[in-house]
Design a protein around this ligand. Structure first.
Ligand SMILES: Nc1ncnc2c1ncn2[C@@H]1O[C@H](COP(=O)(O)OP(=O)(O)OP(=O)(O)O)[C@@H](O)[C@H]1O
Ligand SMILES: [Mg+2]
Length: 247
């Protein structure tokens, strides 16, 4: 299947001090494509996601979203952050706002919607991720899985062009993992462009168009999931897979 490119990284390099955390990264993610990123701890997966959302700046190379280079500041940057929804491992909801307010806030501030319109959309999205009955609670009153689904609804409320997920289920109890993965799987089926950092290999096998394997700041493999899992080419990937598939 051929995809029209939505996210393009060309020759991207980033350092933290002397540490070369992203090394000559070339990655194209097509519209509607789901790319799962895996690799050992410290390989640069989170930094890659954060660079695409411009939560981190890069030393060199270009990052293009939907044909436009990433904006550097101001309103354009706020719009970029809305265009590329991000869900992290830690539930980063606003603690002193209700669930409904969490989902509506950005719509009013960044997308300029009227509060009533925003609230209506928020309730529909909360319903879609299965937490409509939690709208008036505060985040701390929800389970981790529910909070993560609210975080997804909040990102979706901005009508993003793409979604980045950085280990969204790593901090969850096992019974909550599947409810979050199910929401993500549905999004993927509906054609959302997604980059997903995860250790959930079942999700990678069933929902990803490609698996990107990173090690030491480089993309070592970038292939279809069945090829990657059945015949990894690099020793790094073989070693990594033998470790994670063991437990
Ligand atoms: N703000 C920072 N300042 C300095 N070094 C950092 C910073 N953030 C990350 N690093 C380093 O950059 C490298 C890549 O980190 P990154 O968080 O992207 O890895 P990761 O693949 O997401 O790892 P994990 O699987 O543990 O989440 C690591 O060596 C990390 O210690
Ligand atoms: Mg990480």
């Amino acid at each position: 299947m051929a995809f029209d490119p939505l996210i393009e990284l060309r020759n991207v390099n980033k350092y933290f001090g002397d540490l070369h955390v992203l090394q000559d990264i070339d990655l194209t993610v097509g519209r509607g494509e789901v790319v799962v990123v895996i690799g050992p701890s410290g390989s640069g997966k989170s930094t890659l996601c954060r660079a695409i959302n411009r939560l981190e700046t890069v030393r060199s190379g270009t990052i293009v979203l939907d044909g436009q280079p990433l904006p550097h500041e101001g309103k354009a940057l706020a719009r970029l952050r809305a265009d590329v929804g991000m869900v992290f491992q830690s539930f980063n909801l606003f603690a002193h706002r209700t669930v409904l307010q969490n989902v509506s806030l950005g719509q009013v501030k960044v997308r300029g919607r009227k509060k009533e319109d925003a609230d209506r959309r928020s309730r529909a999205l909360l319903d879609r991720v299965g937490v409509a009955d939690q709208a008036d609670k505060y985040p701390a009153q929800l389970s981790g899985g529910q909070q993560q689904r609210v975080a997804i609804a909040r990102a979706l409320a901005m009508e993003p062009k793409a979604m980045l997920f950085d280990e969204p289920t790593s901090a969850l109890d096992p019974e909550m993992i599947s409810e979050v993965l199910e929401v993500m799987r549905q999004l993927a089926e509906e054609g959302m462009t997604m980059i997903v950092v995860t250790h959930e290999m079942g999700f990678a096998r069933s929902a990803a168009n490609r698996v990107v394997f990173m090690a030491d700041g480089r993309i070592v493999e970038d292939r279809a999931p069945d090829e990657f899992f059945s015949s990894p080419r690099s020793d790094r990937a073989k070693d990594f897979l033998s470790k994670i598939l063991k437990h």
